[in-house]
Design a protein around this ligand. Structure first.
Ligand SMILES: CC/C=C/CC(=O)SCCNC(=O)CCNC(=O)[C@H](O)C(C)(C)COP(=O)(O)OP(=O)(O)OC[C@H]1O[C@@H](n2cnc3c(N)ncnc32)[C@H](O)[C@@H]1OP(=O)(O)O
Length: 725
């Protein structure tokens, strides 16, 4: 049953019942109409309380119904207007969550009581749409335009205590929200309801409000580059100022349909469900997320307190896991300790502002130089710099010091997890946990399974990711895993574009207009050019190990761009040295400006190597870079390193600044059309046979030959997950 009704004296309690999150599916909406109608007509009923089963009010509209005929049956806003117009007082008892349509339903009620643990919000913008059941019209009438705009455009989940301050809820209770709502309902029987009907409230407009909305548009254009939903949200809220409630609703509806026509909601909803699917990992043995039990992690340790290690310590502490943090010498320990403590203070401050007690919400951190102190921890994460010998030395030590069932994780961004595991007595307990910088902020975690990694270790690492609030994706062990492996051909194309006549700012601008948080050159400057340079030097691609007589722009018979190496040889490592692809105000500076030195250097380089300049074409920049990424993605699928295209997209959306409204590189390839992607790559590769990364992947050819089936069908065509080195 989608909703049930019972009588508590003269109060009817209608309970939405649609596990797991009480989404307002068509059957729930039908049930609400029926139960509410009967309660309204029942002379024994003097007031009505709405709540959700399983201590969750509602997560809003059933996202799976969008684009289907089910969404057209019984509109949520019709239900909301009926509730609002009720002559009997209606109180929402909010436990757990009231999100999207869930909050819109609660806003139609005359009163709202929330449990202290509850969160409310209008997160529609995060799935590419806007609140479309009156939310953009009722919320500004309740809490004012500026506060409502912030809630709607950011889509954040607001804790009950803040919701009370904002005026979204009338009462917050520590105990049972349902009992409190019933009590309130009884108390207000017979009170006038007019002022409680939000659709009747008037918003007074003034020029400040107009300026405020105009500024919000400009800010949103910059902040959400290319995303249409935030702008539609602002326009809908603007309508609440100028139009009657009913005209505003019509505007909300029109904006919803025009957003749908852009294709962005479909991409963002694909991204939403792909994230949920990533948690449902499968293994070639047939084992799955729901067959394997994770071990509890009560204590953890982090080795290395560089940028990554510090972020990991904070993540663990925020998940209330006590951490032991280790460094190799007293001086580095002191530096790391100061940095961690200052980050922890910031977290404690945030908790205080939310009304929580930091000491009960943050795990303790103990700093030491002594590996002996790790003997009882459940899990260790090594986060030292990328050097195989150093990592092996640490894992040897860990293997002898840690208790036999402790899990040993490496935060390598691409080294061989099996080789690291091979020096331990427990390769089955070794697993890769590749965090992204800054690790306390970035949501992505690549969990890398080695040949011998046990299913329990996989389940435990995936579960830990969830506990840390991350989206964990299980991948196979190959050089650079998934995300960084795909970055190779992408950055290669970016460099070739510079050789062929573009400048870093032009390539970055094209990719940022496409929607990337940062273009490739800004990203390299931020990450530090020296990191890749060190790795290329170790591989003999640059530096003294390159055989005499090797052409400057060729390695092992393939095309090679030495541009980044030359920059590094001139001490240009990016932001950290104040010079890289851009110039910065000072070493460590963040604001990059185009650098005349780079322009001059590129012009001389092109002249020296007699490279013909291509006519400028921003579309070509995007195609070459984005298709290079997707092509490597197809190879990764062929190799079984990622088990489905959705996992690759989750990695790019959450770790590499890919615009979510384009779904991810694989979704993008699918939406452009696989035959077109194939054709573009084929043409490029024919003209550039010395660039093997652009040779169309076998799987791409196979899928294009099948006419480019929908992305959810690709899974049937890909290999079994393996480890490939
Ligand atoms: C025309 C009227 C328009 C109305 C606009 C809307 O209401 S649009 C919907 C707005 N609501 C949201 O965007 C909420 C989306 N959901 C979440 O943020 C989270 O799922 C959650 C509710 C905070 C719960 O998070 P938690 O981590 O506890 O669980 P999961 O995310 O794993 O979700 C559990 C399963 O529930 C499915 N699900 C969640 N929300 C919805 C939804 N609104 N519609 C349909 N399904 C939903 C989710 O997919 C999980 O199911 P699986 O089968 O496991 O994938």
């Amino acid at each position: 049953m989608a909703a049930t009704r019972r009588l508590a004296n003269t109060v009817a309690v209608i309970t939405i019942s649609h596990p797991p999150v009480n989404a307002l599916s068509s059957s729930v909406r039908h049930a609400l109409v029926k139960e509410f109608g009967e309660a309204s007509r029942d002379p024994k009923v003097e007031a009505i309380v709405l709540n959700g089963s399983g201590r969750k009010f509602s997560a809003g509209a059933d996202i799976r119904e969008f684009g289907t005929s089910a969404i057209k049956t019984v509109s949520l806003e019709d239900i909301n207007s009926t509730i609002e117009a009720s002559q009997k007082p209606v109180v929402a008892a909010i436990e757990g969550i009231a999100l999207g349509g869930g909050l819109e339903l609660a806003l139609a009620c005359h009163y709202r009581v929330a449990d202290i643990q509850a969160k409310v919000g209008l997160p529609e913008v995060l799935i590419g749409i806007l609140p479309a059941a009156g939310g953009t019209q009722r919320l500004p009438r309740l809490i004012g335009v500026p506060a409502a705009l912030d809630v709607i455009v950011r889509g954040r989940h607001i804790p009950a205590s803040e919701a009370l301050k904002l005026g979204i809820v009338d009462e917050v209770v520590q105990g049972n929200a349902l009992d409190a709502a019933i009590q309130l309902a009884r108390k207000v029987i017979g009170y006038p309801l007019n002022k409680k009907r939000l659709s009747t409230v008037r918003i007074s407009s003034d020029s400040n409000l107009e300026d405020f909305l105009d500024t919000a548009v400009e800010k949103a254009k910059k902040q959400f580059r290319g995303a249409k939903a935030p702008l539609a949200c602002i326009e809908a809220v603007r309508a609440s100022v100028h139009l009657s409630y009913h005209q505003g609703l019509e505007k909300e509806r029109q904006l919803f349909f025009s957003l749908w026509a852009t294709g962005q909601p479909q991409a963002q909803q694909y991204a939403f469900f792909s994230e949920r699917e990533a948690g449902k990992w499968t293994h070639s043995s047939g084992a799955r997320w729901d067959t394997e039990e994770a071990k509890p992690i009560r204590t953890a340790a982090v080795i290395g307190l560089g940028t990554m290690g510090r972020g990991i310590v904070i993540s663990l502490s925020k998940a209330k896991i006590p951490v032991i943090a280790i460094e190799q010498d007293a001086q580095q320990l002191e530096v790391g300790k100061k940095a961690v403590n200052s980050l922890l203070e910031r977290e404690a401050e945030k908790l205080k502002q939310q009304g929580s007690v930091p000491s009960s919400n943050l795990g303790s951190v103990h700093f030491t130089l002594d590996f002996g102190e790790l003997q009882d921890v459940d899990l260790v994460i090594e986060a030292v710099y990328e050097n195989m010998e150093l990592k092996k030395e640490i894992f040897r030590k860990l293997s002898s010091v840690c208790k036999p069932d402790a899990f040993l994780c490496t935060n390598t961004s691409g080294l061989n997890v099996d080789e690291i595991a091979s020096v331990t007595h427990r390769p089955n307990q070794v697993i890769g946990t590749h965090f992204f910088s800054p690790a306390n902020i970035m949501r992505l975690l690549e969990v890398v399974r080695g040949q011998q990694t046990s299913l329990t270790a996989i389940a435990t690492a995936m579960n830990l990711g969830k506990k840390l609030g991350k989206v964990a994706v299980l991948v196979g062990n190959c050089p650079l895993f998934v995300g960084n492996r795909m970055l190779g051909p992408y950055l290669e194309q970016a460099s070739y574009l510079l050789e062929e006549g573009y400048y870093p700012e032009e390539v970055d601008q094209a990719m940022e207009e496409f929607g990337f948080a940062m273009g490739p050159f800004r990203m390299m400057d931020l990450a530090g050019l020296d990191v890749g340079w060190r790795s290329r030097t170790e591989k003999g691609l640059t530096g003294a190990k390159v055989p005499q007589g090797t052409p400057a722009r060729q390695r092992l018979g393939s095309r090679y761009s030495p541009l980044a190496d030359i920059l590094c040889e001139s001490g240009r490592f990016g932001q950290k040295t104040g010079r890289g692809w851009y110039q910065y105000e000072k070493p460590g500076g963040r604001t990059g400006k185009p650098d005349p030195w780079v322009k001059d250097f590129l012009q001389k380089y092109r002249k020296t190597h007699q490279i013909k300049q291509q006519p400028s074409n921003p579309e070509q920049i995007v195609e070459r870079c984005a298709f290079a990424l997707a092509n490597e993605g197809f190879r990764i699928l062929e190799d079984g390193i990622a088990s489905c295209p959705e996992d690759i997209d989750v990695i790019y959306n959450n770790g590499y600044g890919w615009p979510k409204y384009r779904g991810g590189p694989m979704y993008y390839a699918s939406s452009v059309g696989l035959p077109k992607v194939l054709d573009t790559l084929e043409k490029y590769y024919k003209a550039n046979p010395d660039v093997p990364s652009m040779k169309p992947a076998f799987l791409l050819k196979k899928l294009a030959a099948l006419g480019g089936p929908p992305i959810k069908e690709w899974r049937t065509q890909v290999g079994k997950p393996v480890n490939k080195l």
